[in-house]
Design a protein around this ligand. Sequence first.
Ligand code: ATP
Ligand code: MG
Length: 568
Amino acid sequence: MKSSDLLIPTVKELPNDAKIISHQLMIRAGLISKLASGLYSYLPIGLRVIQKIEKIIREEMNKSLAQELLMPVAQPAELWQKSERWEEYGPELLRFQDRHGRDFCMGPTHEEVITNIAKQYLKSYKQLPINFYQIQTKFRDEIRPRFGVMRSREFIMKDAYSFHIDEASLGETYQVMYQTYCNIFDRLGLEYRAVLADSGPIGGDSSHEFHVLADSGEDVICFSDGSDYAANLERAETLKVVDPDSPKEELTVAETPGVKTIDDVCKLLDIKPQSTVKTLLVEGESDTLIALVLRGDHELNEVKAAKVKGIKQPLQMADEEKIRKELGCSVGSIGLVGLSIPIIVDYAAAGLSDFVCGANEDGKHLTGVNWKRDVAGFMEVDLRNVVSGDPSPDGKGKLEIKRGIEVGHIFQLGTKYSDAMNANVIGEDGKAVNMNMGCYGIGVTRIVAASIEQNHDDNGIIFPEAIAPFQLIIVPINYNKSNRVRDLADELYEKFLKQGVEVLLDNRKERAGIMFADSELLGIPHRIVISDTHADNGNVEYKGRNEVEKNEIEYNSAVDFIIAKLYK
Ligand code: ATP
Ligand code: MG
């Protein structure tokens, strides 16, 4: 393709909202254009990159024998009412009515629609297992769309859904998908990790997320330095630590006027947060309050808390007024001694002795508190987020924490949707069984951003060859003035086209400096410069995008040289 036939809207100015490098570079390189919050147009060069990613995904999904189909963006409310997600999904689900006043939504995901298809067309166990996928536009009315296409409201997803006669078959396809995802992300040239994710009611190892490692990532992932254990922060478990030492101190009331936070307590009493506990109050199932207790320096893991028996779903912090009414003090003053509501203690807090907590009275704290001696009854569970240096839950090594961008998610759903929608097949024994289901998502447009987060320098994007909009750019100097340069450039361009190389010839009437800058900004992996000076020696200049050195190579060997680089 020639630049004169292509929109290359590179820009210098940055929009104020472009906080992370991939967003800045996608705007500057003219890959995307913002329409409104979380809504982007994919411009010609951006779309080329997306299509390359889609091609790799298609090839690998087809190899796994998944079948491609395409479902509508608009979905009728009735399907979502059947699965009870019409109410559950919350404001991320964009609902609207058609001209007849019927309720619809813009599909944020397609479990309901695909289960409806499965119900219609799958009748016998002989048709199973079967796996369908699509590459399609999703809409999620994200509360905070940001970072360009990284978290947008409209985005492209590859989503797949498999159907099975039993859990064992689901487990097999899940493994195939796991490997397929590894193949896809390997081919995309991403540095990624698969991590265990929270799998809701199904439990076990039935959900994995694939994260691209990047400091700008919104997710926190935890790895062991001594094994291949890896999990996201929601899921990463903590172990029950040692039993507490026996008490050394007396239970004592300390005057702490005006003190509300752990920091204030520590300053006043000259202690570390590690020897205090904090108590959070949540709503229980039967309108009672439940106390969750953590070490002062630890954070509550809400996913873990929501799973504790007796706690109301979804997790709901108790409101100030109710706490004051029932316990007679403010949240910051709640203590454990004499507390008459159920007490759930995180393992780490339960390992403390002689610690400090509230006194159930404003302006006072208790010191020298010990569990067995001073607290009536409590249950120990894993309630907190892991921190760097925690022992790995598999007993091998310590946990390290890094940031990641979630680009894929695979999940064993079990029979949640087939139960709700009565999607069954006749089994080998002639009885109807609801199908087991798996779902598998990849954020296609998010991958473009994630790749750029990992592959860039001060001059712009450095696309991996597999997803670059072009493999090669030819930059002729004075194309529109020097006949010799023009002829050499055109001839070479034609030769590359014949060889099937995706080549861009920059024939714009721009200064050489601008053409060089744009070629770097666009991140095209290979560049050939043709000029009269090089031509005097029968040469052209070559530079790889991720190399510093420029080299002269013979004009006549340029095609072989590039082909050798591309298919090495
Ligand atoms: P997140 O936690 O980032 O919101 P999710 O758990 O909601 O993601 P899934 O429902 O598993 O995501 O969707 C599958 C994939 O779609 C994700 O792994 C991610 O790559 C992509 N994705 C999800 N939400 C967005 C979004 N708002 N913008 C771009 N891509 C997205
Ligand atoms: Mg989400």
